[in-house]
Write a new protein. Structure first.
Lengths: 357, 311
């Protein structure tokens, strides 16, 4: 018998069960995406905010551990808030209105963050529930501000090519001539952005939680905050499903991934940009700074916030972390569900179209 | 012998257009050529066989599995090589074959080993480590071929397997298909326009035209002339030889070269008669063999019948 026979040989082995074959698509896709140096750099950058939020968790523990430091810490936060506010003095004054009102006073950065009053109240009267409130708030802001924006860029890098390149290279026949179906294909593709999103949202959030637990030196904290990891998982799921579905749907609509990239950024920027324009218009008409409480609470700004995907995700996450009631956020929740459903239906139709012909 | 594929009265409609019209046939193990002009319904038939599209009506079994019911099971036993220039982007050659093996259920590490084994069989060397996007059409054909056989399927369906290959690679690919059929015991269905490919390797031909089966027969039967016929290559004056053969009641047809003759007649000792006449005329016969019907003529007549039926 030759040492290395290059003729055909049969194969007899145990095959992997069918339900796990979608993972092959995901695993291969993740490997291909990670070959991009830009994706690796972006993922590295996505972890910078964890340091800031980790610092916040550390400060909270110092605050809780040393009551005599509490007034100093509050003062430090107010100083920072004032510093942020005072930066506006160096900006060009507005042309309209009496001289004393020309410069629109922005609210401090703490007040600009959602539900900050709940946190300030919890900090001013520390109790058993303080950690739960502050950690939840920190994680909610972590999801909402740095990671949601990072997610926009990361998904914009990854997702547009996932299906459009398969359409262009006519890879569908290669996939579907194997014992897999549309569901496995779409699930496999969905898991690619999902894993990356989870890597920059869920994983660091859980790390922050564990970091907080380890700093607290009191294991009873776990019993008081046990629900936070589940809220993190739920918040990640809420970020992952609509964004990955929409991004893949856009990818399936074209053979050119650049068009899908453009559509992805346009969807986010146009929706949120339009809402910001409304906020600005309302603040001018009220004569109040943008993002001030009265502007943000106005019916016009609240209703039109539904056109922003970013705001809708933020609203639902606020509910997940326990800062809002479902009755307050159901329109956003409904919009996200509808968008996801429509995206998945289009995705299924687009994926099956090439093999039906 | 058990039927590999058996379909009965299959109809497939795409909205107003009928792609397959009452298609019934049986395919035995071996190499079968699926022939037909463009738009005959070959690709639709392949998709139906693989369970990728649902039939409007009709039934069938493939490898003992019911058509339309066990699509996944059927596809796990089939290796399919599509006609289109298709590839999975972002992968290297060997990764593409490994990926196909994994999709068919082979564990990852074993899939890589198997991919290398199959690429060796396909004659692909170090270029297997290049990105598939940089491959030429011929190399992509090889990758598609390797991907279709990597999971060791029972039935292989090749759609235009030799398209885009140079003559040497075409010959090599046909040899590999023959090895798979003859040595490894695989059954093969080849959809192609290239009739010499079918003539060279197929045991059976299925001609499809206008969505209907026009002919399904073994090539041995198809090639056999209706009356005993010989092709002869000779040296010397052919004219007197031809006249003598015609006097004996044989039909003689001079082919492109005057020294090539096609002789037929309803007689049991045709070859003896030819040898005797050649001896009488001082003709030297260089080659004498039983003639075969041309597959091209058979194909054209089958397709023309279909056109006549439609008009």
């Amino acid at each position: 018998m030759p040492i290395h026979k290059v003729g055909y040989r049969g194969w007899q082995g145990k095959k992997v069960p069918v339900p796990w074959r979608w993972w092959i698509i995901s695993f291969t896709g993740i490997r291909v995406v990670l070959r991009s140096r830009w994706v690796r750099r972006l993922m590295f950058v996505c972890y910078f905010p964890v340091l800031y939020w980790g610092l916040a968790v550390f400060m909270l523990e110092q605050y809780m551990a040393y009551p005599d430091l509490q007034s100093d810490l509050i003062e430090a936060i107010q100083q920072a808030d004032r510093f942020e506010n005072n930066r506006d003095r160096w900006r060009r004054p507005g042309r309209n209105g009496p001289p004393q009102n020309r410069r629109m006073q922005r609210p401090g950065f703490i007040n600009m963050l959602p539900k900050s009053q709940v946190v300030i109240d919890a900090l001013q009267s520390p109790g058993a529930d303080t950690r739960h409130v502050v950690w939840s708030w920190l994680l909610m802001t972590f999801f909402r501000y740095p990671q949601s924006i990072m997610l926009l860029f990361l998904v914009g890098f990854i997702a547009p090519g996932l299906i459009s390149r398969d359409v262009r290279s006519r890879a569908f026949l290669l996939y579907f001539s194997r014992p897999i179906g549309r569901f496995e294909y779409i699930l496999g593709k969905l898991m690619i952005p999902a894993v990356f999103i989870a890597f920059i949202t869920c994983l660091p959030a859980l790390v922050l939680y564990v970091f907080g637990i380890m700093l607290s030196t009191d294991w009873s904290i776990i019993s008081m905050t046990w629900d936070i990891p589940f809220r993190v998982l739920a918040a990640s799921f809420i970020l992952i499903l609509p964004t990955a579905s929409i991004a893949l749907m856009l990818s399936s609509l074209t053979q050119e991934s650049r068009f899908a990239t453009f559509a992805w950024f346009a969807l986010w920027i146009m929706g949120h940009g339009a809402w910001l324009a409304i906020v600005l218009a309302q603040s001018i008409s009220f004569g109040k700074p943008p993002f001030s409480q009265s502007v943000m609470d106005s019916a016009l700004v609240e209703n039109w916030s539904l056109i922003s995907l970013y705001n809708n995700l933020g609203a639902v996450q606020s509910w997940v972390f326990g800062f809002d009631k479902f009755t307050d956020i159901w329109p956003s929740f409904t919009i996200l569900c509808l968008l996801t459903l429509v995206a998945l239906v289009i995705l299924f139709r687009r994926v099956s179209a090439p093999i039906r012909i | 012998m058990a039927d590999l594929i058996k379909v009965q009265n299959i109809v497939k409609d795409y909205r107003r257009m009928r792609a397959l019209n009452d298609v019934s046939f049986e395919i035995q193990p071996g190499i079968t050529g699926l022939l037909g002009p463009n738009g005959a319904g070959k690709s639709t038939l392949i998709k139906v066989l693989m369970g990728l599209v649902r039939v409007s009506s009709g039934t069938g079994t493939i490898l003992g599995n019911r058509l339309g019911r066990h699509g996944r099971l059927i596809r796990s036993k089939i290796g399919y090589m599509p006609e289109d220039d298709c590839y999975i982007p972002g992968l290297k050659g060997v990764e593409a074959v490994q990926f196909s093996a994994c999709l068919a259920g082979i564990p990852t590490t074993e899939a890589l080993r198997r991919a290398h084994e199959i690429l060796d069989f396909c004659g692909m060397k170090q270029e297997r480590y290049r990105d598939i996007e940089t491959f030429s059409t011929g190399m992509r054909q090889k990758i598609k071929f390797a991907a279709s056989i990597v999971h060791d399927p029972e039935l292989l369906i090749f759609d235009e397997p030799t398209a885009g290959l140079d003559p040497e690679e075409r010959e090599n690919l046909l040899n590999r298909i023959q090895i798979l059929a003859n040595d490894a015991g695989k059954s093969v269905l080849i959809s192609t326009h290239i009739l010499p490919d079918v003539q060279a390797i197929c045991d059976h031909a299925l001609i499809l035209a206008s969505g209907q089966v026009r002919l399904s027969e073994s090539l041995e039967v198809l090639n056999r002339p209706t009356s005993p016929t010989l092709t002869i290559k000779l040296v010397g004056d052919a004219q007197s030889f031809i006249k003598d053969l015609q006097k004996s009641g044989l039909q003689v047809h001079q082919e492109h070269d005057f020294n090539h003759l096609r002789v037929s007649g309803d007689t049991d000792n045709l070859s003896q008669l030819v040898w005797k006449t050649a001896q009488q005329n001082g003709i030297s016969i260089h080659a004498l063999k039983p003639a075969k019907n041309s597959l091209e003529e058979i194909f054209i007549s089958a397709v023309e019948e279909s056109n006549v039926a439609h008009t």
